[in-house]
Design a protein around this ligand. Structure first.
Ligand code: NAP
Length: 466
């Protein structure tokens, strides 16, 4: 048989050669992918137009009972990917290498790849997309962002005729579980993290989740798709939730807010931060900089107060949600299970069916789109509102001294509330939009004031448009 006739092209040609699938990894996600492939083989055949056949599964350990025939399992992932009867590779092993090398080998060999690997994509999409382009293969990655929730395909395809201005998401279930529980119970961070670990919502080493690395990788992927610009994890400003206290949640509640770890991707046309209706709410910080007035994007992950009326504030527990704001579509919200074996496998299988159909009928997935090449705005330039909590001396003149420091640094105050008295006197200041750099200078100056005992917390306030 020649190479051309050996291809699984069918459809109009009436040839029905099976589509061979290799699965790399059989952990939380891989186990569910293998289950669905085997349990729903008949449906998949009807949806694709040809049988979809599992050729093998690569794992590290062969001495684990995985409930599938032993001859399907191998530790030689490279040889599995190279097999002639493998047309499509599903990478669900995670990590950078060997996943990266295996995906490149598959793509360079003309095999389509479906991956859930956000850490890899956040840094290597360019290299992987170039390999896919070179061999006219497909690279699909719906499961890499927000598990079961379709958000990658809507951004790449459904919204390809619109202009996306903002993507804001709760894209990490572990941190959302912790913050929701702190909000509900009033417990502190350490106890709530311990409870999340006990219930299986946090890993033994929770760093990637609680310090925002996982959300930053997803933000990089979302921003790249939304703004047709290559954004990597290193471009994302990142803060985690490990410094959030029970008191932060309490003071947030007192102003009608809750605290969420947000992944925020924004287009800043002419250097301005846009409101929902597309009008400017605040200009970028440094008006004298060489990039002032130019289009830029900002990508950042941090815990922030959001009003309880904001659609993301009711996303609780381990759920994820992504809000997309576009010039013509307006606001869209995607909500659901952002992790877990079966939900993530659902997204993988959707990609697998697309890639298998393309193999069968001869179509192709959209390639990487990075034509806009927008520069990334540094965090110091981003105008945000702040919620500043100060421990102060309980005497006359304090309010004047504090508000004077805000004014000196060009940070306009929206509201000030005094709480407690004597030793327990506190001021809670909410600002209008101000650049990060101006706020940082203000906080440094406040800390020097004799009447300020300490700046207890500074949290950003998002989701308001004043
Ligand atoms: P996991 O449970 O740790 O499973 C990893 C699997 O890969 C295991 O079966 C492991 O083999 C295998 N593996 C690892 N290194 C290997 C190597 N060098 N050669 C052969 N096999 C190897 O991971 P997971 O939770 O399923 O996650 C997989 C991917 O999906 C990751 O990229 C993750 O970020 C992504 N993802 C996961 C979720 C989720 O909810 N879990 C959600 C979205 C995206 P052994 O079984 O022998 O150890």
């Amino acid at each position: 048989m020649t190479e051309a006739t050996n291809r699984p092209r069918g459809g109009a040609f009436g040839i029905e050669r099976p589509i061979g699938v290799a699965v790399l990894g059989m952990g939380n996600v891989g186990t569910e992918v293998v289950r669905i492939l085997r349990e729903h083989a008949d449906d998949l055949r009807s949806r694709v137009g040809a049988p979809v056949v599992l050729r093998g599964v690569a794992v590290r350990r062969l001495d684990v009972d995985r409930g599938i025939p032993a001859e399907l399992l191998t530790t030689d992932a490279e040889a599995l990917v190279a097999r002639d009867d493998v047309d499509l590779v599903v990478e669900v092993m995670g990590g950078i290498d060997p996943a990266r090398k295996l995906i490149l080998a598959a793509l360079n060999g003309g095999k389509s790849v479906v991956t859930a690997n956000k850490a890899l994509l956040a840094d290597y999409t360019g290299e992987l997309a170039a390999a896919a382009e070179g061999s006219r293969a497909d690279l699909y990655f719906e499961a890499a962002v927000a598990g079961a929730i379709p958000v990658v395909r809507p951004l790449i395809q459904s919204m390809s005729g619109d202009r996306v201005n903002r993507v804001v998401g709760i894209v990490n279930g572990t941190t959302n579980f912790i913050l929701s529980a702190m909000d509900e119970t009033g417990a502190d961070y350490t106890d709530t993290l311990a409870e999340a670990t006990r219930l299986g919502y946090a890993e033994a080493d929770p760093t990637a989740d609680v310090e925002g690395y996982d959300a930053a990788a997803k933000a990089a992927i979302l921003a790249s798709l939304a703004f047709h610009t290559r954004v990597t994890a290193a471009d994302v400003y990142r803060e985690g939730i490990s410094k959030i206290t029970a008191e932060d949640l309490e003071t947030a509640a007192a102003v009608g807010c809750t605290v969420k770890l947000l992944a925020i991707c924004e287009r800043m046309p002419g250097g301005e931060r846009l409101s929902m209706d597309g009008s400017a709410v605040a200009a970028l910080g440094d008006a004298s900089s060489s990039s002032a007035g130019k289009d830029r994007v900002s990508v950042r992950v941090y815990p922030a107060l959001i009003p309880r009326r904001h659609p993301l504030s009711s996303v609780n527990g381990a759920f994820n949600a992504v809000v997309v704001e576009a010039e013509n579509a307006g606001r869209l919200m995607f909500y659901g299970q952002g992790a877990g074996g079966a939900p993530t496998a659902s997204a993988v299988m959707g990609d697998l069916v697309m890639a298998a159909r393309n193999k069968f009928y001869g179509g192709r997935a959209p390639g990487e789109s990075v034509y806009a090449e927008l520069p990334i705005a540094p965090i110091g330039d981003i105008p945000t509102r702040y919620h500043v909590n100060l421990q102060v001396a309980d005497r006359t003149g304090v309010l004047q001294a504090v508000s004077g420091k805000f004014a000196e640094h060009g940070v306009s105050i929206s509201t000030v509330r005094q709480e407690g008295f004597d030793e327990g006197a506190r001021l809670v200041v909410v600002t209008h939009h101000a650049p990060e750099s101006a706020l940082a200078d203000t906080v440094a100056a406040l800390a020097e004031l004799e009447s300020v005992t300490s700046v207890t917390s500074v949290l950003r306030l998002e989701g308001t448009e004043e």
